[in-house]
Design a protein around this ligand. Structure first.
Ligand code: ADP
Ligand code: MG
Length: 371
């Protein structure tokens, strides 16, 4: 078992005086390329990261405990706006699809940073869903579980999000990225052996509160819908570069990002299949420029990180996630990350930005039952 899984199991033994019947865990994720394409019916390309939320479960009782919050909550049916709403939401969603989950108790332990944009929320949902499906023999496949977790987050917890996070957490494989078609919900593994190429994904959490996030997100979504309507297509997924001439102003800029970003995801997938990390890097830089200039969701911190990464010789870099703050990633030669992180910290301090946090990853395994 992984250390974090041991931790969840240990917490279970300490609280309940016996071994858990089952231990499972699920990872956080980063998106390599494909931003704001999800709600336009397009493509995204995330990979799982080497940080996970683990859950230990056993029959009986209805206590939920998280080592991260050092807190016990009752399962119950009611929301209480705490972390326990995530496992509650998953149980609720099982009920909604007619799969009854019996009484159980569970302990959680996670090392996915909360609220850093690595999707600890999808990790706790995916770990819970996989554990309960195994525990109660619910016979659902991983795609079904991912859709169920998304439903828990959207409808029970009340956070709107696409399918990427839950798909990534449940379906990613070690040493691979996951190409997701957000319209058909088809997904396929794409090799991404960064270790073999001596490369690392460096995540920079700028720790900028995503203040404008909600309005900014809704505005972008509305502009994309207007552009699709002008073009007479169902979603911008169905538009190509040749169509852009029919648009102008804000709609043109927003649509140009979506249309070119969808193309970049598919080009990135081809590049990965060919093991061409240089090309992947170029596409990452182009993606960032498109989000900065056309979709207008970057910040000075995210731009600064990408510029510093490029100056330091990173193969590629871009903001990742919805933008307006949050995190950026860079594809860096292993061993060159320290120089870059020191440089970024120094420049951020000089400019009066918040002190950034850094994480290093290679693509990790998706959710697993450990025991
Ligand atoms: P992100 O998904 O970007 O990390 P969110 O705000 O969507 O940020 O989700 C974070 C929330 O998920 C936490 O505040 C907590 O409620 C829940 N969560 C994540 N990991 C754990 C954990 N190990 N134990 C309990 N709750 C967790
Ligand atoms: Mg989340």
């Amino acid at each position: 078992m992984r250390e974090i899984e041991e931790k969840a199991a240990r917490a279970y033994r300490e609280r309940f005086g016996e071994d858990p019947e089952l231990v499972a865990s699920a990872p956080g994720r980063i998106n390599l390329i494909g931003e704001h394409t999800d709600y336009n019916g397009g493509f995204v390309l995330p990979c799982a990261v080497g940080r996970r939320v683990a859950v230990a479960t056993g029959r009986g009782g209805e206590e939920l405990y998280s080592t991260n919050f050092d807190e016990t909550r009752r399962m119950g049916r009611e929301k209480d706006s705490s972390w326990a709403d995530y496992p509650r939401g998953v149980v609720w969603a099982f009920g909604e699809v007619g799969r009854g989950v019996g009484d159980f108790r569970a302990t959680f332990a996670g090392d996915v940073p909360l609220g850093s944009g690595l999707s600890s929320s999808a990790a706790i949902e995916a770990a819970t869903a996989l554990a309960l499906a195994a525990h109660f023999g619910l016979g659902m496949d991983r795609k079904e579980l991912a859709v169920l977790c998304q439903r828990a987050e959207n409808e029970f917890v009340g956070v709107q999000s696409g399918i990427m996070d839950q798909y990534a957490s449940l379906l990613c494989e070690a040493g691979a990225a996951l190409l997701i078609d957000c319209r058909s919900l088809e997904a396929e593994s794409v090799p991404l052996d960064l270790e073999g190429a001596d490369l690392t994904l460096l995540v920079c959490d700028t720790r900028v509160e995503r203040g404008l996030a909600d309005t900014g997100y809704n505005d972008r979504r509305a502009a994309c819908e207007r552009a699709a309507e002008t073009l007479g297509v169902e979603q911008l997924r169905d538009a190509g570069e040749n169509d852009l001439g029919h648009l102008s102003g804000e709609e043109l800029k927003r649509a140009r990002h979506i249309v070119t970003e969808n193309a970049r995801v598919l080009e990135a997938t081809d590049a990965l299949r060919a093991g061409d990390f240089g090309e992947l890097g170029h596409l990452m830089y182009a993606s960032h420029a498109s989000m900065r200039d056309d979709f207008e969701i970057s910040t000075r911190e995210l731009d600064a990180f990408v510029e510093l990464a490029e100056a330091a010789g990173a193969l590629g870099a871009r903001l990742t996630g919805a933008g307006f703050g949050g995190s950026a990633i860079a594809l860096v030669r292993t061993g060159e990350t320290d120089v870059l992180t020191r440089q970024v910290s120094r420049v951020f301090a000089e400019r009066g930005f918040a002190e950034p946090l850094f994480y290093e990853f290679v693509p990790a395994a998706g959710a697993e039952v450990a025991r």
